[in-house]
Design a protein around this ligand. Sequence first.
Ligand code: MSP
Length: 470
Amino acid sequence: MKESYITTAIPYVNGNPHLGHAMDYLLADTLRRYMMSQGQKVRFQAGTDEHGNKIFKKAAEAGISTQEFTDQNSKKFQDFIASLGVEYTDFIRTTNPDHERRCQEIWRRLKDHIYKDSYEGWYCEGCEAFVTDKEHDENSGICPDHKKPYIKLSEENYYLRIADYKDQIREAIETDALKITPAFRKKEFLNLLADMPDVSISRPKSQVSWGVPVPDDDDQVMYVWIDALANYITVLGYPDEDISTDWPAHTQVVGKDILRFHAGIWPTILLGLGLPLPKNLLVHGFITVNGEKMSKSIGNVIAPEEILSKHGLDPFRYYFLRHAPTTDDADFTWEKYEASYNELANDLGNLVQRLATLCKKNEIASLKPLAVDLDDEFKKHMDVYAFNVAFDYAWSKVQDLNRQIDAAKPWELAKTDPAKAKSVLKDIASQLLVVSQMLEIFIPTTAKKIQDVFTAAQILPPSTPLFPRG
Ligand code: MSP
C-alpha cells in the first residue's frame, strides 16, 4: 500500500522549542489524524537542523561540545513534539552520519547544476541567506524578520543554478501540480520566482566549520539549504533505497518565512535528481504574542510549557487549531486563552456532564462505538486545509446539541412521557458520538473520553469535569 508522506520543517537547535514550532507539528498532526481517519497509511517525519555557525557559537557559549549541545537540544524537540500529542514515524537529525553521507551523494548527483563563483550581495545573518537588491530596497536595508541591517557579503561559494528549472517550477506551481496553500502565498511566491537569484549552498571552511564537507573540495562545507532540505528524502533512505512508496510527499508543512526555500530551492534539487515534486505545500503564518513578534529582546516569549501546564494539552490544541486560522498569522494572549478555555468548558464540558447525568437518570443503555465516515461538509474544509473552519463546523454541532437539549427539556419530558425523554436523550448522545469523531482529529484525548463515557457499560457523568475551573 502506498503511504501518504507528511513532513514538518526541521527547526534549528540553537534555542528552545517555541510556539511557532508548535504550529508546524499541530497542523501536520491534524492532517495525519484526518488521513488516518480516512483509512490512509501515513508516514510522518520530524527532525532537527543541527549545522551552522549559530549552533556552533551557542555550544561554545554553553561550554560544551557542539555534538553534546545538539544532542541535548534535539532531545528537547523530541520531548516537545511528544508533549503536543504528536506522533512521528521518523525523526531525522542532520548530524546523523547516514544523512551526511547521503547529502554528499546528492551533491554529487547535482553537479551539473552547481558552479563555483565569488558572489557579492546583500545577506541577512539572521536568515543566513542572500536577498535580492529589490528586496533589500523594499525593506529599506533591514531584514523585517530579524530587524538587522543586511550586510554586503562577498565570498567564494558554490551556487545552485535556480535558472535551470525555473520554467518547470513555475509551471508546476501555476497548474497546482505542486499546490501551494493558501493561494495568496502561491501568488506571492510566483512574483518572487521571476527574480530569484541562484542560491549559495556552501561556505568557506574558514568561515564555518560545523557542517557537511563538500565532496571533492576540502575548502568548503555545505551551508544550510541542501543539507537541511535533503532531510525529507535522506530520512527515507535516499539515495541508498527506493523511496517511491513515500515520495512524492503528500504534504509538506512550512511557515511562511521558509516558503521560498521550499518552493524554489527544493524543487530545483528534486528536479536535478530526477525526483517528482511534492504534491502540496501547506504554508502557515506566524504566531505573535500580544500582537508582537516573539522576541527575547522584547521579553515577550511565552514558553509553550507554561501554556500547556495551565490547562493541559487539549485546551492548547483547541486554541491553536481553532482560534489560529490555519494559513494566517495568529495572536496569543492569556486573556484570549482563558476565554477559549471557558468556551471549551461551557460548550463541551457542560454538554458532556449534563447529557451523561440525564442519560444516567433516565437509564439510557450504553451506545455502540461508531463506525461511520466523517460528515461531507467537514471533509470539504479539511481537504482544502481549512482546518480551523472544519473545527468551527464541528463546534457549531456541539452548540447545536446544547440547543437541542434546551429545546427538548428532557427533564420535564421524563415526567410526562418517559419513553420520549429516553429517545430524545439517546438521539442526542448518538449525535454527540458523531461529533466526537470530528473532534478526535483536533482534541483526541477529550474525544476519547467522550466516547468512553457514552459507550461504557453504564453511562455515568465523568467524575471530574472534562474542563475543570481553577
Ligand atoms: N531550520 C530551518 C528549516 C529547515 S526545513 C528543511 C528553520 N528553522 S526554524 O527553527 O527557524 O523554524 C522552524 C519552523 O518554525 C518553520 O516552519 C518556521 O516558519 C516556524 N516558525 C518559526 N517562528 C515562528 C512563529 N513565530 N510563528 C509560527 N511559525 C514560526 O527555518
